[in-house]
Design a protein around this ligand. Sequence first.
Ligand code: SAH
Length: 304
Amino acid sequence: MVRQPRRRKAYPRNRFAEGDHALLIDRRGRRYFISLSAEKSFHTHLGVVPHADIIGQEIGARVHTATGHELLALSPTLGDFVQEMPHPTQVVYAKDLGAILMYGDIFPGAVVLEAGLGSGALTMALLRAVGVKGRVISYEVRPEFVEKARKNIETLNPDPKNLEIKIKDVYQGIDETGLDRIVLDVPEPWHVVPAAAQALVPGGVFLSFLPTVLQIHHLQEALWESRHFDLMETIEVLVRPWSVTRRSVRPVHRMVAHTGFITIARRCALREGPGWDEDEPGVSRGPEVEGDGVPGEMGLSPGG
Ligand code: SAH
């Protein structure tokens, strides 16, 4: 039997093909996100480029509009795509996606429960990190978001066999057991804590992304009260881009000041001893600054 070569439509690839996405960037850094189709043309105030001029070119090619303006043609990275894709909900952007994958310790082969799906940005990052041997189960309470999110996800990952989307309210409970990681982007994650304690494997990581401090306080209280979680930690990621030119090197004038906070905790054996703020003297949990003043650098370093 002759085996058919498998058509691989995944990045990275060296040349643009029909149906690929391309990010066109003009001299001023303006970005245009297009889907390549041989009959179409891309129109901007800088002129027209037939998609056929881009199809077949190397990624990173410089193409020219009919009026001679240069456009850089690149395949979008996951971070680019998340920024450019249609999103009916708020999405998690690259700076937080990176931290979520590391602090949440999302590893190849992991079984991860996510809620809510939203526009699928975080889902795409999770799918990439768990790889083909891992699984992502995503709960979303609003069915109207599911098709849009699926479309976004399938743009970069045409056949995500290891993704299961459930229309389900995560506050009502978790169907799965043996989860390695739980990653939440929902407004009231404290409702999930009791079910998470049952659904996570011993040592599993619970992670929640939240925009305000009152939510963090509420969540940490629930984590402490459950007595099944330990090493609670809340961090925020500040990214300050720099402008680097021949004559001047300095931070850019504007930066994103706030997105959200990442809270993590480990699923542990039931704690019999003191609860929140009742630590015995000398017992330190979490990333308090101690001794030489170096705070816990990684969510998963042993506490104390
Ligand atoms: N992380 C997503 C954005 C999530 S926005 C992304 O990067 O694209 C929050 C989503 O959680 C919304 O779609 C909302 O409908 C969903 N949601 C809110 N409460 C929920 C619940 N109790 N169970 C499941 N999904 C919920």
